[in-house]
Design a protein around this ligand. Structure first.
Ligand code: SF4
Length: 385
């Protein structure tokens, strides 16, 4: 189904284009590949404490947000991020939306370490002036072969098929085009340029490739690539990285994706590199001690009811919210038995919802919720799972 035609440019927030939310300014910091050094994580956590509400929000695109910024704080924030190497481009900061398999290079399912490719793609993207015009929603993804990023619905993706080649996917559709790893960044950037060109030809304001008429086919033609977009499944599909300790590091679920300063410090102490995932969790690279992580409320148990639970901001952060979804989720979720994905939303827009199937919990106002469309009080939500 082709979504309705866009008539306005997207308003995705960035660091320089802060969104004015009900609780103050909201800045979104792009993290290509989700990668942060320990020192960069400390910079972000300190900025959240000193300029915002004290927390880092992890997003479904492996970025982080700082909210409740007061007037003047965005300038201070941008200066701190620039000094920490987290704002390498003024013109392209909102379009650096690059996912990479978070466990890449760390376990047996990784055909190829795509994190260096994410860095290469980011540099080439920022060095291509025309791509500053990409919509802030346009998403790139580099899948190391495990099939974990499909549900994020990237516009342009490459999924490794062996150590030397990857398959190009456009708007989630396999194209049959294989690209040598040395050319992956170049081809992905060319595909994004082709998207903009096709969008211009169609006189469209589309934010996503899948919104254009015959978008994948026309992009392939512009690239001069001999493929045929067809929804042919490619390889295996693995779900989100499971919480717990593994050979290459630790996957820690961050309840509701809200990371406090103490938790951020515990992560920074546990490894030199932290990778934010698209699933409200983080990967700590290496085998440092993990006791401190659980002591500050990060979740390492595979059976925890927090795994797979996400929410939007709700009250008080969002003026449209009909409930304090995070507060209610914190009361309800610990009593659940776990399993499956659940998304709590403050209204019908369902911001930040996961891809694929999930239990849909939407605030109705007055303390009530619709759970998969069935109205109930919050106590009944507690008993629902
Ligand atoms: S889903 Fe509704 S309440 Fe939640 S952040 Fe989006 S607009 Fe606000």
């Amino acid at each position: 189904m082709v979504p309705p035609e866009r008539t306005v440019p997207d308003r995705c927030p960035g660091v320089l284009a802060v969104h004015e939310a009900a609780d103050g300014g909201l800045a979104r910091v792009r993290l290509p590949g989700g990668v942060l050094s320990a020192s960069q994580l400390r910079v972000l956590a300190a900025a959240a404490v000193e300029l915002g509400d004290g927390h880092l929000e992890l997003t479904s695109r492996a970025n982080v947000q700082i909210r409740a910024l007061q007037p003047g704080a965005p300038v201070e924030l941008s200066e701190r991020l620039y000094a920490a190497g987290l704002l390498p481009s003024i013109t392209h900061e909102r379009v650096r939306n690059i996912l990479a398999s978070p466990l890449s290079g760390l376990d047996q399912y990784s055909l190829y370490d795509v994190l260096p490719l994410a860095g290469e793609l980011d540099r080439l993207l920022c060095a291509t002036p025309g791509l500053a015009a990409l919509p802030g929603r346009f998403l790139f993804a580099l899948d190391d072969g495990r099939g974990d990023l499909e549900s994020s619905k990237p516009d342009v993706a490459v999924r490794l098929v062996d150590r030397g080649r990857g398959e190009l996917l456009l708007a989630g559709v396999a194209t049959g085009v294989q690209v040598a790893v040395e050319r992956v960044a170049e081809v992905m950037v060319a595909a994004a340029e082709a998207f903009l060109a096709v969008r211009g030809e169609q006189g469209s304001e589309a934010w996503r490739l899948g919104e254009l008429d015959d978008g994948p086919l026309l992009v392939l033609k512009r690239l001069g690539l001999d493929g045929s977009p067809a929804a042919v499944p490619v390889g295996v599909r693995r779900g989100p990285a499971a919480a717990g300790v593994f050979e290459g590091g630790v996957v820690a679920t961050v309840p509701l994706g809200v990371l406090g300063a103490e938790q951020a410090e515990a992560l920074a102490e546990s490894g030199d590199e932290v990778r934010v995932t698209p699933w409200r969790s983080v990967v700590v690279v290496g085998n440092g001690p993990v006791q401190r992580l659980t002591a500050v409320g990060l979740v390492l148990e595979k059976a925890s009811p927090w795994n797979g639970v996400t929410s939007c901001a709700g009250r008080p952060g969002c003026g449209k919210a009909l409930g304090d979804v995070r507060g209610d989720a914190r009361r309800v979720v610990p009593g659940w038995s776990g399993g499956g994905r659940v998304h709590w939303s403050g209204c019908e827009r369902r911001c930040g919802k996961p891809g694929g199937e999930f239990l849909d919990v939407v605030a109705l106002g007055g303390g009530g919720y619709a759970v998969d469309g069935v109205a109930m009080g919050v106590d009944e939500v507690r008993a629902h799972r």
